[in-house]
Write a protein that binds this ligand. Sequence first.
Ligand code: 2AM
Ligand code: CA
Length: 282
Amino acid sequence: MNNGMLNTAARAARIAGKIILRNFEQADLDVAEKQKNDLVTNIDKECEKAIFDFIGSKYPGHRFLGEEGGAQETRQAPETEAAKTRKPGLGKASGDHLWIVDPIDGTTNFVKGIPHVAVSIALQINGVTELGVVYDPIRDEMFQALRGQGAVLNNRRLRVTDAMGLDGTILATAFPHRKRELMDSYTAILMRVFKECADIRRAGTASLDLAYVAAGRLDGYFELGLKPWDMAAGELMVREAGGIVADFKGGNDYMKSGSVLCGNPKIAKRLVALAREDSANL
Ligand code: 2AM
Ligand code: CA
């Protein structure tokens, strides 16, 4: 892993960001429902292709997991001429590089013309997230994280807040719109949390919720039913900004379970304490 890969991720995110801006609030969007209450547009697909093509041209042989490419499906990057003629045994086999991409996080916001969307790109090497970028094209904010080297927003170093407990904090969350059967557990947790904090935001773009926690704009965040592409980049960002990311039981299983909470160590600990009781099926 190197800064070149982080730069590639950021450049790919800007390419997608331009496509998003060009199509924001345009009337001719082609909107389809992937499943109930889960939208995809022709622009999500165009952005994903642009990201895959750009990264694939730099790193042939890397694999991709994109929201619009199907959850189970990974795609081989298009091979360059150089890669086709490369002799076996030369260079490191690169099948262990997996780019996890959400081309438009906040598609529902995008469709409704709500200016709160992001491009999220992470790279895992041998299953470890090494870098993440979350790009907000509307505000031109580029959040970037490199494992072990911190997180930045447009070159400013990020740090989670120093809240000592939930009292006075502003948190973010989202309703389990993809998993409505979890609504009762979720509501129970939400009410316990709300009693202790100052207020809660629900903005609809998970990657930005995570990036905002990293940036200290929010004190914490919790949500369930997330997919890997919603959180892969943002969760690294929170950790690199000094935060803790956990599942609702306090473990590390959030990428698999989709239940995630975060904040500084004190906030994360308190959120786990409030979530644990209802976390049996989360
Ligand atoms: P998406 O736009 O990439 O699908 C987690 O909340 C994620 O679910 C969000 O980052 C967003 O990702 C999607 N999402 C948020 N609110 C939603 C809603 N009301 N309906 C459908 N998808 C939503
Ligand atoms: Ca998306």
